[in-house]
Write a protein that binds this ligand. Sequence first.
Ligand code: G3P
Length: 218
Amino acid sequence: MKFFIDTANLKDIQEAYDLGVLDGVTTNPSLMAKEGIAGEENVNAHYKAICNIVDNNVSAEVIATDFEAMISEGKALADIDDKIVVKIPMIKDGVKAIKYLTSEGIRTNCTLVFSAGQALLAAKAGASYVSPFIGRLDDISFDGLQLIEQIVQIYDNYGFDTEVLAASIRHTMHLVQCAEIGSDVVTCPLNVITSLLNHPLTDKGLEQFLADHAKVNG
Ligand code: G3P
């Protein structure tokens, strides 16, 4: 399973990368705004800075919502670096844009996916990744993990190449359950990745080992 970090914060991206387990980054307009990145030139420079940290798979989202503008924005984003994956919203023109960009050899990530039908459309259009938002479904009392299960099943039934990228991950159990289901990728904040390290018995056991060693070694 690939681990992506869901942030535009360079420090967090570097920290996750340094841990040695990072396969990519997902951003969105809200995450870019959170870092105070504004204006085309600054936005593009920030994407380049992210690409300079990680080995591959940097999702950069288009702002346009009509086909022609999404195509031109998508191409411009893809030109920033070979590591860029163009993130396109699950709307009618978005599906057309995914189909077009895929035919041009540009990788895409279909975002804002909340149903199996939408995921099927994204795969039919040739998206490299589909991003179902688990946490936001849970927030409105729908089972986000059940959606991941459905999409994995559907893609397996037909051998779609589109990778399931579970997004809007809120905690480690989301991540672990996605792994059990067979999601290809999870994207989550740094704290979810680092929280995987934690277990009280690990801390207790290490403390005991070091104390016993010190008893005889001083
Ligand atoms: O990047 C898309 C998704 O991961 C957003 O998550 O926490 O804003 O629902 P969240």
